[in-house]
Design a protein around this ligand. Structure first.
Ligand code: TYM
Length: 347
């Protein structure tokens, strides 16, 4: 396998409100990655339209996710921040990958089954093909590391399978074009930390999600201090006090979730939180959690508000990021076309 430069890629859909799961499982970790590697962070608007979106709202939400990235601490000068539809290579590579990926692989994707629900015949073809576009997002840059929440694990396995199959199917041509043994890296998913899977505040066995009909199930990044306090106070718990060790959270999904959220907000481990709060009643722990959540999220939502008030600035960030992204993706696509055997202009 050829050596690949460490490069981080991740994406967030501009659909509905961003919530604490998106922040702790993904965006907060994107910020930290900037210290360790070159990073690309993408607002995946092509993915968003796999379910119908109101066009005016979609535009607003693309800007909102961009604002959240910047407000959280992603520096658009240092990292590349852009929206997917401005870089045509994503869709182009997705087509080529459609011819590499196998139907059987896609048939196993659990997120499609969840999202399509019972009426599968009526789901868009795009929704089914969604994970192939994800592979194209990542591999258009030959990214080596992808920070995501736990729910994206299966999609990243598919990305690895596609890279592997492309490298094998075209091994001779890859070699002949001077790319060594493998053209695409086998991407490492970075799933971890205490909040890889933030659960609903109403049901500790269900993922916190944008599509949950109850707003009390999630903390939105735009919630004010009162809303955060109300939602945490109403969060489901069990009657026992907190355990003093992480093993004591087994079989207590709601307690585990709140401790995980606390740990991720503070940048600590569950163990450290329990060393401090073991034996405490939920009423006391929830009070501390409200304080920590408000302290962490209020500056973020204030900064998001300030940024979205200036859409021209956000659009300029996206235009600049898209240009820089395309400068990396275009040569990759040229090389892919040569490897596959297409005839192209300029050769
Ligand atoms: P999306 O927009 O659903 O979510 C964005 C990120 O937030 C994470 N996340 C969570 N983490 C912890 N707990 C939760 N409850 C929770 N809910 C969401 C997701 O894991 C994700 O990291 N398919 C992706 C977007 C995408 C992408 C990519 C990601 C498109 N192309 C290429 C990585 C690389 C998605 O729908 O994320």
């Amino acid at each position: 396998m050829a050596a690949f430069k460490k490069l981080v890629f991740s994406g967030v859909q501009p659909t509905g409100n961003l919530h604490l799961g998106n922040y702790l499982g993904a965006i907060k970790r994107f910020v930290e990655m900037q210290e360790r590697a070159d990073c690309l962070y993408c607002v995946v608007d092509l993915h968003a339209i796999t379910l119908w979106q109101n066009p005016a709202e979609l535009r607003t939400q693309i800007r909102e996710v961009t604002a959240a990235f910047i407000a959280a601490g992603i520096d658009p000068k240092r990292s590349i921040v852009f929206n997917q539809s401005q870089v045509p290579q994503h869709a182009e590579l997705a087509w080529i990958f459609n011819c590499v990926a196998r139907l059987g692989w896609l048939n196993r994707m659990t997120q499609f089954k969840d999202k399509a629900g019972k009426d599968r015949e009526n789901a868009s073809v795009g929704l089914y093909d969604y994970p192939v576009l994800m592979a194209a997002d990542i591999l258009a840059y030959r990214a080596t590391h992808v920070p995501v929440g736990e729910d994206q694990k299966q999609h990243l396995e598919l990305t690895r399978d596609i890279a592997q199959k492309f490298n094998t199917d075209f091994a001779e041509s890859i070699e002949a074009h001077g790319h060594g043994e493998g053209f695409f890296p086998i991407t490492e998913p970075l799933i971890g930390g205490p909040a890889a899977r933030v659960m609903s505040l109403r049901d500790g066995t269900k993922k916190m999600s944008k599509s949950d009909p109850s707003d009390y199930s999630r903390i939105n990044l735009t919630d004010d201090a009162d809303a955060i306090a109300q939602k945490v106070r109403k969060a489901k718990t069990d009657p026992e006090p907190l355990p003093s060790e992480a093993a004591g959270l087994n079989g207590r999904p709601e307690a585990d979730n709140l401790v995980g959220i606390f740990a991720a907000l503070r940048g600590a481990t569950r163990e450290a939180v329990l060393a401090e709060y073991g034996g405490a009643q939920f009423s006391a722990f929830k009070g501390a959690l409200v304080e920590l959540a408000v302290e962490s999220l209020s500056p973020l939502s204030a900064e998001m508000k300030r940024l979205v008030a200036d859409p021209a600035h956000i659009d300029a960030v996206l235009a600049d990021g898209s240009e820089r992204a395309a400068a990396i993706a275009a040569p990759t696509l040229d090389a892919v076309k040569d490897i596959v055997g297409f005839v192209r202009r300029g050769r």
